[in-house]
Design a protein around this ligand. Structure first.
Ligand SMILES: Nc1nc(=O)c2c([nH]1)NC[C@@H]1CN(c3ccc(C(=O)N[C@@H](CCC(=O)O)C(=O)O)cc3)CN21
Ligand SMILES: O=c1ccn([C@H]2C[C@H](O)[C@@H](COP(=O)(O)O)O2)c(=O)[nH]1
Length: 319
């Protein structure tokens, strides 16, 4: 039986049993628990993509490659039919002086409750997506999410005015000095918070090399158990596989630590359904052996085999 789904289900039960009801920024309401950890042996287990609901692996791949390119503009995601970040770009647009359409205040919650408003919202969202895809100036101004992950990972601006590539630093250090205890990438920058559509949730990760295996630990300040966490687990697993591939290492363990770990109140039925499902065999990951540098990987170089999950479970995202 795969430990990834079992551990994920265990965490879900723990939140439901021990969590407390707590308000949150989005106005949705959550059951929340402070402090959580999961750990998986990547070498023993197969690729950690949940099988108790279908998770769209292609969205995880295009999002991670977007981070690795240092890109922060929605255009790349939209070109790959990935819409998981749309709401946060759209928010910037509708709150701007240039937006002249119908009032979109609080569109996240209103679109869930008011079908008439939802129609208006979908219309405006479609216009926004088309403009980001086709209008260069518009995309530059309103498709950019600000100083989010891609910027912090690949071009961190130091107080000394220099620009730092944290991913390249980690790769160089793994190759030169694998015993290093400083293989860290940090995205939390207090001076950037106002320049970010959403401050980083997974704000730091660290690698560890031992016995020829590469392990990764990632930290999250805020964890959407049902929608976000399944992506975050697979995304950091994929990053670990990519780095191990480039550095000639095996994969080791993946460790997640979360602070505010929550289930949104409008995800409760979905979570209960998922907890009732029997985990299946995990898929395996195949990377194109001809690609050496992680920065050369394209979507088609990353293939998942043997994924046979339970059906997807829909849920609204809290904006
Ligand atoms: N509330 C919240 N939860 C998150 O997980 C989250 C944010 N906000 N904001 C930024 C990013 C965007 N992420 C998201 C956003 C949407 C989905 C989502 O709706 N996933 C659906 C399928 C989406 C699709 O097929 O287009 C799913 O069933 O997994 C997942 C992660 C993760 N992050
Ligand atoms: O990769 C991600 C990104 C976001 N989330 C979730 C965690 C929270 O539910 C929201 C962010 O809201 P804050 O009020 O800024 O904490 O997004 C995630 O789980 N994974």
């Amino acid at each position: 039986m795969n430990q990834v789904d079992l551990e994920y289900q265990r965490l879900g039960r723990m939140i439901l049993e021990n969590g407390i009801e707590k308000g949150d920024r989005t106005g949705t309401g959550t059951i929340s628990m402070f402090g959580s950890q999961l750990r998986f042996d990547l070498k023993k287990e197969g690729f950690p993509l949940l099988t108790t609901k279908r998770v769209a692996f292609r969205l995880i791949v295009s999002e991670l490659l977007w981070f690795l390119k240092g890109d922060t503009n929605l255009r790349y995601l939209l070109q790959h039919n990935n819409h998981i970040w749309d709401e946060w770009g759209f928010q910037k647009w509708v709150e701007s002086e240039d937006y002249k359409g119908p009032d979109m205040t609080n569109f996240g919650l209103r679109s869930q409750k008011d079908p008439e408003f939802n129609e208006l919202y979908q219309e405006q969202l479609k216009i926004y997506q088309d403009k980001v895809l086709t209008d260069d100036d518009f995309a530059k101004k309103y498709g950019d999410l600000g100083e989010v992950y891609g910027k912090q990972w690949r071009s961190w601006e130091g107080a000394d005015g220099k620009v730092y590539d944290q991913i390249q630093y980690i790769i160089d250090e793994i190759k030169r000095n694998p015993d290093s205890r400083r293989l860290i990438c940090s995205s939390w920058s207090i001076s950037s918070l106002e320049q970010q559509q959403l401050p980083p949730c997974h704000y730091a990760f660290q690698f560890y090399v031992a016995e020829g295996k590469l392990s990764c630990m990632f930290s999250m300040r805020s964890v959407d158990y049902f929608l976000g966490l399944p992506y975050n687990i697979s995304s950091y697993a994929l990053l670990t596989y990519l780095l191990a591939h480039e550095c000639g290492l095996d994969v080791g363990e993946l460790i997640f630590t979360g602070a505010d770990t929550h289930i949104y109140l409008n995800h409760l039925e979905q979570v209960k359904e998922q907890l009732s499902r029997e985990p299946r065999q995990l898929p395996t990951l195949k990377l194109n052996p001809d690609k050496k540098s992680i920065f050369d990987f394209e979507i088609e170089d990353i293939v998942l085999e043997g994924y046979d999950p339970h059906p997807a479970i829909k849920a609204p995202v809290a904006v």
